[in-house]
Design a protein around this ligand. Structure first.
Ligand code: HPA
Ligand code: ZN
Length: 323
C-alpha cells in the first residue's frame, strides 16, 4: 500500500474544536474540575450516536475551552497533527460564539492567541494556515450576523473567510443572508455547510442566498442531476469529508460515497477531515480509503490538491508557493 503521509496536501475543511483530541479535552476538564465523563465512551473516544448527538457532544467538549490560552494550545496541537499527516496548507474554522460569545474585545484576544499558535506552528513545521470565522447555524441569524460583524471589525491577514456549520435542518439559507452579506462586503471568502444532512435543495438555497464560492460537504447534490450540473456550471468547490460522511451515516459505506461520481461529472471536489477524532479519521487515512475504494493514485491526489489550492482563501503568493 502506498504511504500517503509525505504527499503534500491541502485541507480546506477542519473545525478547530472538532479537531481537539479527546485527551486534550479530558486534560482541560481535569484542570477545570469539570465532569465530562458522559461525552466519552469506554475507550475514551468521543461518544455520540447521530448528528444531533454529535453536535451536543461537540458543544459539551467546547465548554472546557475557556480562554485565549486554551485555544492557542489547541491550534498548536491540531497543526502539529496536520503537519505530521503531510498537510502544507490548511484552513481552520473558528467560531466567535465559542471564543467570547461574540464580544468584539474578547474575540480580538482569542484571535490574537490563535494567530500566535499558527505562527508558532509555521515556524516549527512550515505549515501555512488561514482561518475561517464560522457561525453556528442553530444559534440563529442574529448570532450569525453578530459573528460576521465581529469578524469584520477585527481584521487580520490570517483570517480570510467566513462560513457556517451547525444544525443544517435549522431554518433556511435565506435567513442567514445578512451575515454572509456583511462578511462578503468586507472581502472575505465565503463557504457554508449544505447538502450534508439535508438534500440538494439545501445546496440550491445556499447558492441562491449566501454568495458562497465553496460548499462544506455538498455531497447530497448527487441526488439531483440538475444540482450537479449547477455546481459544474458555477465552478463551485465542494469541501468533501468522506470519512465524516461515513461516520455520520450520510452514506451507507465508503463504496457508496458519491465523491468519485461527483468528480467524474465535473464537480470540483476536495478532500478534508472535518472533525477527525470524532470520526476516527485523519488525512492519510482519507487518502488510503479513496485509493482503496475508488482506485485513486498520485495523479488524482495531486489534481485534487491543485483544485483545493486554487479555491483556497489566500493571496496569490501563498497560493503559488503551495501549488
Ligand atoms: N457539520 C455541521 N456542523 C459541524 C460539523 C459538521 O460536520 N462539524 C462541526 N460543526
Ligand atoms: Zn464541517
Amino acid at each position: 500500500m502506498t504511504d500517503w503521509r509525505t504527499l503534500p496536501k491541502t485541507e480546506l475543511h477542519l473545525h478547530l474544536e472538532g479537531a481537539a483530541p479527546p485527551d486534550f479535552i479530558r486534560t482541560l476538564a481535569g484542570e477545570k474540575g469539570v465532569d465530562l465523563s458522559s461525552i466519552f465512551d469506554e475507550n475514551g473516544a468521543y461518544d455520540w450516536a447521530d448528528f444531533a448527538a454529535f453536535l451536543r457532544t461537540y458543544e459539551a467538549a467546547c465548554s472546557v475551552l475557556q480562554g485565549p490560552r486554551d485555544f492557542k494550545r489547541l491550534v498548536e496541537a491540531v497543526l502539529a497533527t496536520s503537519s505530521a499527516h503531510g498537510v502544507i496548507y490548511t484552513e481552520i474554522f473558528l467560531a466567535p460564539s465559542f471564543c467570547g460569545g461574540g464580544d468584539k474585545g474578547a474575540w480580538a484576544e482569542y484571535l490574537a492567541a490563535m494567530v500566535e499558535g499558527a505562527e508558532n506552528a509555521r515556524a516549527s513545521t512550515g505549515i501555512e494556515t488561514r482561518f475561517i470565522s464560522t457561525a453556528v447555524r442553530h444559534m440563529g441569524p442574529e448570532a450569525a450576523a453578530r459573528d460576521a460583524q465581529v469578524t469584520v471589525d477585527v481584521p487580520h491577514p490570517m483570517l480570510t473567510g467566513f462560513g457556517m456549520g451547525g444544525e443544517e435542518r435549522h431554518l433556511t439559507a435565506a435567513d442567514f443572508a445578512r451575515a454572509f452579506a456583511i462578511a462578503g462586503e468586507a472581502g472575505l471568502g465565503l463557504t457554508s455547510h449544505a447538502g450534508e444532512i439535508c438534500g440538494p435543495e439545501s445546496v440550491g438555497d445556499t447558492l441562491d442566498h449566501l454568495g458562497v464560492s465553496r460548499i462544506g460537504h455538498g455531497v447530497r447534490a448527487i441526488e439531483d442531476p440538475d444540482m450537479v450540473a449547477r455546481l459544474v456550471d458555477k465552478g463551485t468547490v465542494l469541501e468533501v469529508n468522506p470519512g465524516s460522511n461515513v461516520a455520520l451515516s450520510v452514506v451507507d459505506d465508503w463504496d457508496s460515497h458519491p465523491i468519485a461520481k461527483l468528480r467524474d461529472a465535473g464537480v470540483k471536489v476536495t478532500v478534508s477531515t472535518d472533525d477527525p477524532p470524532y470520526f476516527h479519521t485523519d488525512m492519510v487515512l482519507e487518502y488510503e480509503k479513496l485509493a482503496e475504494h475508488f482506485g485513486w493514485g498520485l495523479a488524482d491526489f495531486n489534481a485534487i490538491n491543485r483544485v483545493a489550492m486554487e479555491a483556497a482563501f489566500c493571496d496569490e503568493p501563498t497560493r503559488q508557493a503551495c501549488l
